[in-house]
Write a protein that binds this ligand. Structure first.
Ligand code: NAD
Length: 250
Protein backbone atom coordinates (compact mmCIF):
# COMPACT_ATOMS: atom_id res chain seq x y z
CA UNK A 1 0.00 0.00 0.00
CA UNK A 2 1.22 3.52 -0.63
CA UNK A 3 1.69 5.98 2.20
CA UNK A 4 -0.97 8.23 0.67
CA UNK A 5 -3.54 5.42 0.56
CA UNK A 6 -2.78 4.59 4.22
CA UNK A 7 -3.06 8.27 5.11
CA UNK A 8 -6.48 8.44 3.44
CA UNK A 9 -7.71 5.59 5.64
CA UNK A 10 -6.32 7.23 8.79
CA UNK A 11 -7.70 10.65 7.98
CA UNK A 12 -11.30 9.48 7.80
CA UNK A 13 -11.16 6.93 10.63
CA UNK A 14 -13.22 7.67 13.73
CA UNK A 15 -12.10 4.73 15.84
CA UNK A 16 -8.52 3.60 15.58
CA UNK A 17 -7.07 0.62 17.42
CA UNK A 18 -3.33 -0.03 17.39
CA UNK A 19 -1.49 -3.16 18.45
CA UNK A 20 2.22 -2.75 19.12
CA UNK A 21 4.99 -5.26 19.74
CA UNK A 22 8.66 -5.28 20.54
CA UNK A 23 9.56 -3.87 17.08
CA UNK A 24 8.37 -0.36 17.95
CA UNK A 25 10.84 -0.22 20.83
CA UNK A 26 13.75 -1.64 18.83
CA UNK A 27 14.74 1.90 17.78
CA UNK A 28 14.83 2.86 21.45
CA UNK A 29 17.54 0.26 21.94
CA UNK A 30 15.38 -2.43 23.52
CA UNK A 31 15.98 -5.78 21.84
CA UNK A 32 12.98 -7.59 20.38
CA UNK A 33 12.08 -10.91 21.92
CA UNK A 34 14.29 -12.99 19.66
CA UNK A 35 17.16 -10.49 19.83
CA UNK A 36 16.92 -10.33 23.63
CA UNK A 37 18.27 -13.85 23.73
CA UNK A 38 21.70 -12.75 22.60
CA UNK A 39 25.00 -12.63 24.46
CA UNK A 40 24.82 -14.47 27.75
CA UNK A 41 21.35 -15.68 26.99
CA UNK A 42 21.89 -16.92 23.44
CA UNK A 43 21.70 -20.56 24.38
CA UNK A 44 18.29 -20.24 26.05
CA UNK A 45 14.87 -20.71 24.60
CA UNK A 46 12.21 -18.11 25.57
CA UNK A 47 10.29 -20.98 27.11
CA UNK A 48 13.22 -21.60 29.46
CA UNK A 49 13.09 -18.06 30.77
CA UNK A 50 9.58 -16.69 30.43
CA UNK A 51 7.34 -19.33 31.97
CA UNK A 52 6.09 -20.07 35.49
CA UNK A 53 7.78 -23.48 35.22
CA UNK A 54 11.12 -21.85 34.42
CA UNK A 55 10.76 -19.61 37.47
CA UNK A 56 9.97 -22.58 39.70
CA UNK A 57 12.92 -24.49 38.28
CA UNK A 58 15.48 -21.71 38.44
CA UNK A 59 14.14 -18.49 39.97
CA UNK A 60 17.56 -16.85 40.13
CA UNK A 61 18.23 -17.36 36.42
CA UNK A 62 14.84 -15.90 35.47
CA UNK A 63 15.21 -12.98 37.91
CA UNK A 64 18.68 -12.18 36.55
CA UNK A 65 17.46 -12.17 32.95
CA UNK A 66 14.66 -9.77 33.79
CA UNK A 67 16.95 -7.62 35.95
CA UNK A 68 19.20 -7.11 32.95
CA UNK A 69 16.27 -6.24 30.71
CA UNK A 70 14.81 -3.93 33.38
CA UNK A 71 18.09 -2.02 33.47
CA UNK A 72 18.02 -1.64 29.66
CA UNK A 73 14.44 -0.39 29.79
CA UNK A 74 15.34 2.16 32.50
CA UNK A 75 17.88 3.73 30.14
CA UNK A 76 15.60 3.72 27.10
CA UNK A 77 13.61 6.70 25.85
CA UNK A 78 10.56 6.69 23.54
CA UNK A 79 11.35 7.14 19.84
CA UNK A 80 9.60 8.85 16.93
CA UNK A 81 7.32 5.83 16.47
CA UNK A 82 5.98 6.16 20.02
CA UNK A 83 5.55 9.92 19.58
CA UNK A 84 3.74 9.50 16.26
CA UNK A 85 1.13 7.33 18.01
CA UNK A 86 0.62 10.14 20.56
CA UNK A 87 -0.06 12.46 17.63
CA UNK A 88 -2.56 10.05 16.10
CA UNK A 89 -4.35 9.78 19.46
CA UNK A 90 -4.61 13.59 19.58
CA UNK A 91 -6.23 13.70 16.16
CA UNK A 92 -8.73 10.83 15.98
CA UNK A 93 -11.99 10.84 17.94
CA UNK A 94 -11.49 7.40 19.53
CA UNK A 95 -8.15 5.73 19.95
CA UNK A 96 -6.95 2.67 21.82
CA UNK A 97 -3.38 1.50 22.04
CA UNK A 98 -3.01 -2.20 22.79
CA UNK A 99 0.57 -3.07 23.56
CA UNK A 100 2.35 -6.34 24.08
CA UNK A 101 5.34 -4.37 25.27
CA UNK A 102 6.28 -4.34 28.91
CA UNK A 103 8.63 -1.36 28.73
CA UNK A 104 6.16 1.44 29.57
CA UNK A 105 7.48 3.64 26.72
CA UNK A 106 4.05 4.43 25.27
CA UNK A 107 2.91 6.11 28.47
CA UNK A 108 6.28 7.81 28.82
CA UNK A 109 5.81 9.23 25.31
CA UNK A 110 2.40 10.61 26.30
CA UNK A 111 -0.10 8.02 25.02
CA UNK A 112 -3.14 8.04 27.27
CA UNK A 113 -5.46 5.24 26.31
CA UNK A 114 -3.05 2.32 26.67
CA UNK A 115 -3.90 -1.30 27.46
CA UNK A 116 -0.79 -3.18 28.62
CA UNK A 117 -1.62 -6.74 27.62
CA UNK A 118 1.53 -8.31 29.05
CA UNK A 119 2.14 -6.22 32.17
CA UNK A 120 5.08 -3.95 32.88
CA UNK A 121 8.67 -4.98 33.51
CA UNK A 122 9.29 -1.93 35.71
CA UNK A 123 6.91 -3.39 38.28
CA UNK A 124 7.60 -6.31 40.58
CA UNK A 125 5.12 -8.42 42.45
CA UNK A 126 5.08 -11.23 44.99
CA UNK A 127 4.94 -14.60 43.26
CA UNK A 128 2.80 -15.99 46.10
CA UNK A 129 0.37 -13.20 47.00
CA UNK A 130 0.39 -11.28 43.73
CA UNK A 131 0.70 -7.87 45.42
CA UNK A 132 2.80 -5.25 43.67
CA UNK A 133 5.89 -4.35 45.72
CA UNK A 134 7.19 -0.81 45.27
CA UNK A 135 10.65 -1.22 46.79
CA UNK A 136 13.01 -4.13 46.87
CA UNK A 137 16.70 -4.64 47.45
CA UNK A 138 18.76 -6.06 44.61
CA UNK A 139 21.25 -7.88 46.81
CA UNK A 140 22.90 -11.22 47.41
CA UNK A 141 19.67 -13.12 47.50
CA UNK A 142 18.04 -13.29 44.09
CA UNK A 143 15.13 -13.15 43.63
CA UNK A 144 14.57 -10.83 46.58
CA UNK A 145 11.81 -11.73 49.02
CA UNK A 146 8.39 -10.19 49.55
CA UNK A 147 8.52 -7.94 52.66
CA UNK A 148 5.14 -9.31 53.79
CA UNK A 149 5.25 -13.05 53.24
CA UNK A 150 8.85 -13.79 52.20
CA UNK A 151 7.71 -15.29 48.91
CA UNK A 152 9.99 -14.73 45.91
CA UNK A 153 9.46 -11.51 44.00
CA UNK A 154 8.97 -11.74 40.23
CA UNK A 155 8.49 -9.27 37.37
CA UNK A 156 4.88 -8.14 36.89
CA UNK A 157 4.74 -9.46 33.33
CA UNK A 158 2.68 -12.17 31.67
CA UNK A 159 4.66 -15.32 31.01
CA UNK A 160 3.88 -17.95 28.38
CA UNK A 161 0.97 -20.01 29.62
CA UNK A 162 -0.32 -17.32 32.00
CA UNK A 163 -3.57 -15.39 31.75
CA UNK A 164 -3.57 -11.76 30.67
CA UNK A 165 -4.38 -9.15 33.35
CA UNK A 166 -8.06 -9.18 34.22
CA UNK A 167 -10.18 -7.35 31.68
CA UNK A 168 -7.25 -6.56 29.35
CA UNK A 169 -8.11 -9.07 26.64
CA UNK A 170 -11.81 -8.19 26.77
CA UNK A 171 -11.01 -4.49 26.41
CA UNK A 172 -8.62 -5.24 23.56
CA UNK A 173 -11.16 -7.46 21.79
CA UNK A 174 -13.82 -4.76 22.06
CA UNK A 175 -11.49 -2.14 20.58
CA UNK A 176 -10.55 -4.48 17.73
CA UNK A 177 -14.16 -5.27 16.94
CA UNK A 178 -15.41 -1.70 17.16
CA UNK A 179 -12.60 0.10 15.34
CA UNK A 180 -12.80 1.28 11.75
CA UNK A 181 -9.03 1.08 11.26
CA UNK A 182 -6.54 -1.27 12.90
CA UNK A 183 -2.76 -0.77 12.88
CA UNK A 184 -0.45 -3.64 13.77
CA UNK A 185 3.03 -2.27 14.47
CA UNK A 186 6.30 -4.10 15.08
CA UNK A 187 4.91 -7.43 16.16
CA UNK A 188 5.70 -10.89 14.84
CA UNK A 189 2.11 -11.82 15.65
CA UNK A 190 3.21 -15.13 17.09
CA UNK A 191 2.16 -14.69 20.68
CA UNK A 192 -1.46 -15.57 21.29
CA UNK A 193 -3.98 -14.29 22.23
CA UNK A 194 -2.72 -10.83 21.16
CA UNK A 195 -1.95 -12.19 17.69
CA UNK A 196 -5.64 -12.75 17.07
CA UNK A 197 -6.54 -9.05 17.49
CA UNK A 198 -5.77 -7.97 13.89
CA UNK A 199 -7.92 -10.86 12.66
CA UNK A 200 -10.72 -9.87 14.98
CA UNK A 201 -10.68 -6.35 13.55
CA UNK A 202 -10.48 -7.72 10.02
CA UNK A 203 -13.46 -10.05 10.57
CA UNK A 204 -15.48 -7.06 11.74
CA UNK A 205 -14.70 -5.19 8.55
CA UNK A 206 -11.89 -2.84 9.57
CA UNK A 207 -8.95 -2.42 7.21
CA UNK A 208 -5.71 -3.57 8.84
CA UNK A 209 -2.40 -1.83 8.16
CA UNK A 210 0.66 -3.85 9.16
CA UNK A 211 3.80 -1.82 9.81
CA UNK A 212 6.90 -3.97 10.07
CA UNK A 213 10.41 -4.19 8.68
CA UNK A 214 9.36 -7.40 6.93
CA UNK A 215 6.20 -8.90 5.45
CA UNK A 216 7.44 -12.39 6.21
CA UNK A 217 5.18 -14.25 8.59
CA UNK A 218 2.71 -11.36 8.70
CA UNK A 219 -1.03 -11.42 8.06
CA UNK A 220 -1.99 -11.13 4.43
CA UNK A 221 -5.10 -11.16 2.28
CA UNK A 222 -7.81 -8.76 1.13
CA UNK A 223 -8.23 -5.82 3.49
CA UNK A 224 -4.76 -6.33 4.99
CA UNK A 225 -2.21 -3.77 3.88
CA UNK A 226 1.50 -3.44 4.48
CA UNK A 227 3.79 -0.50 5.04
CA UNK A 228 7.27 -1.96 5.13
CA UNK A 229 9.91 -0.12 7.13
CA UNK A 230 10.95 0.93 10.59
CA UNK A 231 8.13 2.04 12.88
CA UNK A 232 10.16 5.12 13.86
CA UNK A 233 10.17 6.26 10.24
CA UNK A 234 6.90 4.90 8.83
CA UNK A 235 4.61 6.18 11.62
CA UNK A 236 5.84 9.82 11.52
CA UNK A 237 5.59 9.73 7.71
CA UNK A 238 2.03 8.44 8.02
CA UNK A 239 1.06 11.26 10.41
CA UNK A 240 2.58 13.86 8.10
CA UNK A 241 0.78 12.36 5.09
CA UNK A 242 -2.58 12.19 6.87
CA UNK A 243 -2.48 15.74 8.28
CA UNK A 244 -0.13 17.63 5.93
CA UNK A 245 -1.32 21.08 6.91
CA UNK A 246 -1.27 20.50 10.65
CA UNK A 247 1.65 22.62 11.79
CA UNK A 248 1.71 21.87 15.48
CA UNK A 249 5.09 21.65 17.14
CA UNK A 250 5.60 17.98 16.43
P1 NAD B 1 8.82 -10.20 18.48
O1 NAD B 1 10.23 -10.03 18.97
O2 NAD B 1 8.29 -11.58 18.37
O3 NAD B 1 8.69 -9.52 17.03
C1 NAD B 1 9.18 -8.23 16.77
C2 NAD B 1 8.70 -7.81 15.39
O4 NAD B 1 9.11 -6.48 15.17
C3 NAD B 1 9.25 -8.65 14.23
O5 NAD B 1 8.17 -8.99 13.38
C4 NAD B 1 10.22 -7.72 13.52
O6 NAD B 1 10.26 -7.94 12.12
C5 NAD B 1 9.63 -6.36 13.84
N1 NAD B 1 10.56 -5.24 13.89
C6 NAD B 1 11.84 -5.21 14.32
N2 NAD B 1 12.34 -3.96 14.29
C7 NAD B 1 11.33 -3.17 13.85
C8 NAD B 1 11.21 -1.77 13.63
N3 NAD B 1 12.22 -0.91 13.85
N4 NAD B 1 10.02 -1.29 13.16
C9 NAD B 1 8.97 -2.13 12.92
N5 NAD B 1 9.04 -3.47 13.11
C10 NAD B 1 10.20 -3.97 13.58
O7 NAD B 1 7.92 -9.29 19.41
P2 NAD B 1 6.38 -9.37 19.78
O8 NAD B 1 5.58 -9.67 18.56
O9 NAD B 1 6.11 -8.13 20.56
O10 NAD B 1 6.22 -10.63 20.74
C11 NAD B 1 7.19 -10.96 21.69
C12 NAD B 1 6.78 -10.90 23.15
O11 NAD B 1 7.92 -10.45 23.89
C13 NAD B 1 5.69 -9.92 23.50
O12 NAD B 1 4.76 -10.62 24.21
C14 NAD B 1 6.32 -8.86 24.41
O13 NAD B 1 5.60 -8.79 25.64
C15 NAD B 1 7.66 -9.35 24.77
N6 NAD B 1 8.75 -8.36 24.59
C16 NAD B 1 8.55 -7.04 24.91
C17 NAD B 1 9.59 -6.12 24.72
C18 NAD B 1 9.34 -4.67 25.11
O14 NAD B 1 8.56 -4.40 25.99
N7 NAD B 1 10.01 -3.72 24.43
C19 NAD B 1 10.80 -6.50 24.19
C20 NAD B 1 10.97 -7.86 23.88
C21 NAD B 1 9.94 -8.78 24.07
Amino acid sequence: MTMDAAADLLQVANRVAVLTGAGISAESGIPTFRDALSGLWASYDPEELATPAAFRRNPQLVWDWYAERRAKVAEARPNQGHFALVEIERRVPEFTLLTQNVDGLHREAGSRHVVELHGNIRRVRCSDEGIVVERWVEGEERPPRCPRCSGFLRPDVVWFGEDLPEGALEAAGRSAEECDLFLSVGTSNLVVPAASLPWQAHRHGAPVIVINTTVEGQHSGPGIHHLVGKAGEVLPALVRAAWPTDRTAW
